[in-house]
Design a protein around this ligand. Structure first.
Ligand SMILES: NC(=O)c1ccc[n+]([C@@H]2O[C@H](COP(=O)([O-])OP(=O)(O)OC[C@H]3O[C@@H](n4cnc5c(N)ncnc54)[C@H](O)[C@@H]3O)[C@@H](O)[C@H]2O)c1
Length: 393
């Protein structure tokens, strides 16, 4: 087999921003054949399918019908975070592999069920945490792992989007789902990226999590207000005693120099690291303002090819899924893909613990909630019972 017959489940903003380029214009496009698409939002479904020549009989408003009627090797589940679990498990149970954009799932139970279903099926789940393929993060991970900086003590990561991302009044709306910002917090949408990048660099498990959250700006939006958080600070204590703060939000003025303003500083026993993530070195000064272009993430080349880590991260996973289907994936790589760390299980744990920290708090004044401390082992035991031991051991 030289191509994966792929069924795409969900064609909203992540497909517009990233995957349409991966499927049709990247160097990985030749590994994929987009056989069918499912999305209950018919307008979005037909727009995507018309643009990319997917025939009428291969368009579905239910992924269950698509799985029943079309011969596939894999699915890509591009639904909102809380809807990754069911379609992924349905696909695995039919013997298909699955790819999901980050996160694996929005809950510890959901992530655990997906991992269990993957192991029972013998198939694979790939999770597209694209930051893991950013050359700056990869270099930092390799150098940290070699001991170049000693032991991590303290880290701050920022990732704050322009308001247009969360604003349901903005035209065109960023998310296909009108209530995305109310149902998904900066923690589930953004903390997940930075917590994951950080956990991959230091390869440590979180032990305690506490969050602070601000609901001040989105509540003032007009005519449609949003009741979600503007900004969240997630404090994570790791098993080595190190502390990381991940600060995320989506309420910066739309005049910000990048859609996502982001950076990190990590202080270690033998050095510190500054990752100027929103300064990729290509600045435009045009009528719209001063804009940082990030060709490391998406590089639109003159011949129409799209390269960058937004393509290479999922593309390289697809190459492994294809090898797995052909029986040529080396055992070491297969077992790495099965590892909870690789699947982003601990990232889901941090995010659910942060959401719990805010939810359990009674300390809210002037729209600011100071969360309670959440013990990670107790949270896992509460969510998974005796099966928590599989992750805590
Ligand atoms: N938007 C981004 O830039 C971005 C980047 C990285 C990861 N992600 C992740 O991608 C996922 C999707 O986010 P998004 O931004 O595209 O959201 P979105 O709301 O723009 O799109 C989600 C799409 O899924 C569809 N959908 C909902 N239920 C479905 C179902 N049962 N079957 C099939 N389709 C269904 C919706 O109709 C919508 O078209 C999320 O997990 C998100 O965290 C998004």
């Amino acid at each position: 087999m030289d191509r994966i017959r792929l069924g795409v489940i969900g064609v909203g903003s992540v497909v517009r921003e990233i995957y349409q380029h991966l499927y049709f214009s990247s160097e990985y496009a030749s590994l994929l054949s987009i056989e069918a698409v499912a999305d209950p939002f018919e307008q979005g479904l037909h727009e995507f399918c018309d643009a990319h020549g997917i025939p009428r009989e291969r368009r579905f408003t239910s992924y269950e019908s698509m799985l029943e009627r079309v011969d596939l090797d894999a699915v890509q589940v591009n639904t909102p975070d809380s809807l990754h679990e069911k379609p992924t498990i349905a696909a695995l149970e039919r013997g298909l592999d699955a790819m999901v954009p980050k996160p694996l799932a929005d809950t510890i139970r959901g992530a655990h069920h997906m991992i269990e279903a993957m192991r029972a099926s013998g198939r694979l789940i790939g999770v597209d945490f694209h930051k893991r393929d950013d050359p700056r993060i990869k270099e930092c991970q390799a150098r940290y792992g070699s001991g170049a900086y000693g032991e991590f003590q303290h880290a701050q990561w920022y990732m704050v989007d322009k308001l247009l991302v969360a604003d349901p009044n903005h035209e065109p709306r960023f998310f296909a789902s009108p209530d995305f910002a109310a149902n998904n917090s900066p923690i589930s949408f953004l903390t997940v990226h930075m917590a994951d990048a950080f956990i991959r660099i230091v390869s440590l498990k979180p032990v305690k999590v506490r969050a602070h959250g601000w609901k001040q700006r989105l509540a003032r939006l007009e005519p449609i207000a949003s009741h979600g958080y503007d900004l969240c600070d997630t404090e994570i204590v790791f098993e080595n005693g190190g502390v990381a703060h991940v600060v995320t939000g989506w309420h910066l003025p739309n005049t910000a120099h990048a859609t996502t303003v982001q950076s990190s500083r990590m202080i270690c026993t033998d050095g510190y690291i500054d990752l100027g993530l929103d300064m990729p070195g290509y600045r435009e000064v045009i009528d719209d303002g001063i804009i940082e272009r990030n060709p490391l993430f998406r590089n639109f080349e003159a011949d129409g090819t799209v390269t960058g880590y937004g393509m290479s991260r999922p593309g390289r996973i697809y190459r492994k899924l294809l090898q797995h289907r052909n029986g040529t994936l080396p055992e070491r790589e297969r077992s790495e893909l099965n590892d909870p760390l690789e699947l982003g299980f601990w990232t889901t744990v941090v995010c659910e613990a942060a959401e719990q920290s805010l939810e359990r708090s009674a300390d809210t004044v002037n729209g600011v909630t100071h969360g309670v401390e959440v013990d990670v082992a107790s949270l896992l035991e509460d969510r998974l019972g005796a099966e928590a031991g599989r992750y805590l051991g």
